[in-house]
Write a protein that binds this ligand. Structure first.
Ligand code: C5P
Length: 135
């Protein structure tokens, strides 16, 4: 049996009207600090994935969206050293507000084909190809 705890994490590919995707830098002191991720975070016990993503986008970026604006896109199943991550990626094209890094994290907007060259967390990288085919 897999000895590692399994963590469910949700993330969003926020896509702007020009077709660019938002990446957020993981803050210093956190796991994989300095890499550029699809913003999101852990699903808490009893929380639906959509509610978790809406909460994370509010807490991390200060934007508001709703479940009907979150389209399931693809997922990753990745073994990190100390846990196994199931990362569910949603596409979101509609939200209110302008994203800001609420914990001071830097943000950048990039075209999907440019994501391959960016230092992203290992769990996020395999999502890029499917995302590119979908959008
Ligand atoms: O953001 P948070 O620390 O809550 O994420 C939980 C775990 O999921 C972290 O260890 C992080 O490395 C991983 N993660 C990831 N890709 C993301 C978001 C989180 O690999 N887009």
């Amino acid at each position: 049996m897999n000895p590692l705890p399994v963590r469910m994490v949700v993330a969003a590919a926020l896509i702007d009207p020009d077709g660019r995707i938002l990446l957020a830098e993981r803050p210093a002191g956190k796991h994989l600090a300095g890499t550029w991720e699809f913003p999101g975070g852990k699903v808490e016990p009893g929380e639906t994935p959509e509610a978790a993503l809406i909460r994370e986008l509010r807490e991390e970026l200060g934007i508001e969206t709703e479940a009907s604006c979150l389209a399931p896109a693809t997922f990753a199943s990745h073994g990190y050293d100390h846990f196994h991550l199931v990362l569910m990626l949603y596409v979101c094209r509609k939200w209110q507000g302008t994203p800001h890094g609420h914990d001071g994290q830097r943000l950048r907007w990039e075209r999907v084909n440019d994501l391959f060259a960016i230092d992203m967390p290992p769990a996020d990288r395999p999502l890029i190809g499917t995302l590119a085919a979908l959008i």
